[in-house]
Ligand binder design. Structure first.
Ligand SMILES: *Cc1c(COP(=O)(O)O)cnc(C)c1O
Length: 362
């Protein structure tokens, strides 16, 4: 690749973060969440590096197929279950676990030809009101699935938390209580915790935990960074300066001429923009490291380029390395400056970027 923008993926950091999950939840099995191309990190690369996880959670059949074709033979769960009856053949062929969150999926089981009973996770809506059966319906679905020829015996229970990222939010406890109460009569494996709950609500680490974000080294708790929990960032977005200029006080920079130099000053152009996944809504002042020194975004990022205030690194020259996030520059900070969340930045990294792996491969 001729253009200097690239993504670095640190596989050692990824494995370190998995060991952190193990420390937080020593008695739980770990389902590593690798949907959305493993939050932009590359699904097969991540699954290979995380060979010690007990299973993987994905959003769709295509993601599951990629894992099986890469030789992953662990449990794989379709977190949203099947979307249509056509998927039932492949779910059996690839030996996939599936969530059942709605009656329409029970009817898919009825209409499919099932030769190998499917492993089912019954999803309960404990209060988030996205996917899942209302608590009052759970008994009925359970009975229906238990006697269903197409369903394996070991039905599991799963629910998802709406506010676990906010330490003080009472909703997490309320949801957990609903989940405990509804599932209490059944002997079955249970799963409640996402990354935020693994860290902030350890008593909710049940038979299975389902960490995503923390595996990638990012804090699931609002207002904190991964380093505060001894997590290591896996992804770095790097590029280089392709121009350095000295502008005069009053000169404006970039589209819309939205930023004006308050004094005579050096300004750099970095080969990275929203076409790479850098957020266009990042505000002037968003931290960027040039040669490891703190500098700041100025003006609006464009598709392939963005501009940086080089007063923090006046010695900077064309070709110098630039870090946009990762390493010593938490993506949590970049996301906050762009009014978004780290999840969106990670998932939005563009396919055109060269990806370089560091660390031992799986
Ligand atoms: C995405 C997802 C997770 C992982 O969430 P994180 O906040 O990234 O840890 C867990 N469970 C379900 C059902 C999910 O969809």
């Amino acid at each position: 690749m001729t253009r200097p923008a690239r993504v670095i993926i640190d596989l050692d950091a990824l494995r370190h973060n998995l060991s952190r999950v193990r420390n937080y939840a020593p008695d739980s099995k770990i389902m590593a969440i690798v949907k959305a191309d493993a939050y932009g990190h590359g699904i097969t690369r991540v699954a290979r590096a995380l060979a010690d996880a007990h299973g993987f959670g994905v959003a769709c059949l295509e993601e599951a197929r990629q894992l099986r074709e890469a030789g992953v033979d662990k449990q794989i769960l379709l977190l949203e279950g099947p979307y249509s009856v056509e998927e039932m053949d492949d779910i059996q062929r690839y030996r996939l676990d599936m969530v059942i969150h709605h009656w329409f999926q029970v009817s898919l089981l009825d209409s499919a030809a099932i030769t190998t009973p499917v492993h089912v996770w019954l999803k309960i809506d404990s209060g988030m009101h996205r996917l899942g059966f209302a608590p009052s319906e759970v008994g009925k679905v359970w009975r229906c699935l238990r006697k269903h020829q197409g369903v394996a015996d070991n039905i599991r229970f799963i629910t998802h938390l709406a506010c676990a990222n906010e330490r003080e939010n009472a909703m997490t406890r309320q949801q957990a209580e609903v989940f405990y109460k509804v599932t209490e009569p059944y002997r079955a494996e249970k799963s409640l915790a996402n990354s935020a709950a693994v860290i902030a609500w350890q008593k909710y680490c049940l038979d299975w935990v389902r960490p995503g974000l923390m595996l990638y080294g990012v804090s699931p708790i609002d207002g904190q960074t991964g380093a505060m929990f001894d997590l290591k960032p896996v992804m770095s977005l790097e590029s280089a300066l392709i121009s350095v200029k000295h502008l005069n006080r009053g000169d404006t920079v970039g589209y819309g001429a939205s930023w004006r130099c308050p004094e005579d000053m050096p300004v750099g152009v970095v080969a990275a923009g929203y076409g790479d996944g850098y957020p266009r809504h990042a505000r002037s002042g968003t931290p960027i490291l040039v040669r490891g020194k703190p500098c700041a975004l100025i003006g609006k990022p464009s598709m392939d380029m963005l501009t940086v205030d080089l007063r923090g690194c006046p010695e900077a020259r064309t070709g110098d390395p630039v870090l946009l996030w990762g390493g010593k520059l938490p993506i949590e900070t970049t996301a906050a400056h762009a009014d978004t969340i780290p999840y969106e930045l990670l998932c939005g990294v563009h396919k055109r970027l060269e990806i370089i792996e560091h660390g031992q491969q799986g």
